[in-house]
Write a protein that binds this ligand. Structure first.
Ligand SMILES: C[S@@+](CC[C@H](N)C(=O)[O-])C[C@H]1O[C@@H](n2cnc3c(N)ncnc32)[C@H](O)[C@@H]1O
Length: 309
């Protein structure tokens, strides 16, 4: 239940982030787990700094430093950003830089009704759920039965079940269901053929209009999305790519050149004059040598209100 509201102390059953300097893990705070022989045994979690007896963190305040057999770690309350770094991957997932742009472009706010497909590993869903609570709702769809079941179990165990329904359906063939016609403020698609879901998305958006965003790994897919958006009355179509560049800030010693020699005729002492004698410290900012590469294109568009379509 550890995603739903801020907590001070770890309770049994919480999902807890174990933050070890070089690694981040999500663990369930339970004293025992089932082993391969289906027997209940003490839950000992192994990290690269040794083992943690998980029962020892129950009752400990979030943020505490806890001992491992060969070092230490911090126990943190999970949030969507930490969950994205630690969640069990059942599919490819979306990461925070793209997700921040998706939430911004879809104008997600408390109270928003959002439709998402596919659910995948539920990485993006957790950000939607944080942003729409306490009055909004997330309808998320996937055609893979096991992923649907796992996602619903995760949302329930994270204390988010009352804000989300996971439905098992092929949305390209069968849409989002008549009961959702005219109900959504925003639709998000992360599908191999999103253009087939766009007519259904147009039906699901509110009569007052709404926003749509589709994630496409390649430009050909986003072109197909753009064409479908125009055919179904969407306007202000925009294709974006989020590339994260983190400038490295560091203090550097910069040589101070004595340029006096340029004013005078060349002489024997010029050699010395060109050699900087003084250095000065400056705070500098450099782009890193390597930049995280392409993830995908975000195609966003607006469906105007019914009277203007
Ligand atoms: C890349 S994953 C989505 C990842 C998700 N955005 C996340 O951040 O965890 C794509 C998902 O779409 C589902 N999918 C593909 N085609 C679908 C369809 N026609 N209807 C419903 N789900 C579909 C797949 O089963 C898969 O789980």
């Amino acid at each position: 239940m550890s995603f739903a509201q801020p907590k001070t102390v770890i309770e049994e059953g919480d999902t807890v982030i174990l933050y070890v300097t070089t690694n981040v893990y999500a663990i369930e705070a339970v004293p025992q787990i089932r082993n391969k022989k289906n027997e209940m045994v003490e839950y000992v979690f192994q990290t690269n700094f040794g083992a943690l007896k998980v029962k020892d963190i129950i009752g400990v305040p979030y943020g505490s430093k806890v001992e491992l057999s060969k070092g230490w770690a911090h126990v943190l309350q999970p949030n969507p950003e930490l969950w994205t770094q630690t969640l069990p991957h059942r599919t490819q997932i979306l990461y925070t830089p793209d997700i921040s742009m998706i939430l911004y472009q879809l104008e997600i706010k408390p109270g928003s009704v959002v439709i998402e497909s596919g659910t995948g590993s539920g990485s993006l869903s957790h950000y939607f759920l944080r942003a729409i609570r306490p009055h909004g709702y997330l309808h998320t769809f996937d055609f893979h039965e096991e992923r649907v079941q796992k996602a619903q179990e995760e949302f329930d165990s994270h204390g988010l079940g009352e804000f989300v329904k996971v439905t098992h359906r092929d949305v390209c063939q069968n849409g989002f269901g008549e009961e959702l016609n005219g109900k959504a403020d925003a639709v998000f698609l992360d599908l191999p053929a999103p253009q087939l879901a766009i007519p259904h998305a147009a039906k699901a958006l509110k009569n007052e209009g709404g926003r749509l965003c589709s994630f496409s790994p390649c430009i050909e897919q986003s072109l197909r999305v753009c064409e479908a958006l125009e055919q179904h009355g969407f306007v202000d179509v925009l294709n974006l790519e989020v590339l994260q560049i983190e400038d490295v800030v560091r203090t550097k010693n910069v040589p101070v050149m004595d340029l006096e020699f340029v004013k005078h005729k060349k002489s024997e002492s010029d050699k010395d004059a060109k050699t900087p004698k003084e250095t000065k410290k400056y705070i500098t900012s450099n782009a890193p040598n390597t930049i995280a590469g392409h993830t995908g294109y975000l195609t966003v568009a607006e469906l105007p209100p019914l009277f203007a379509r």
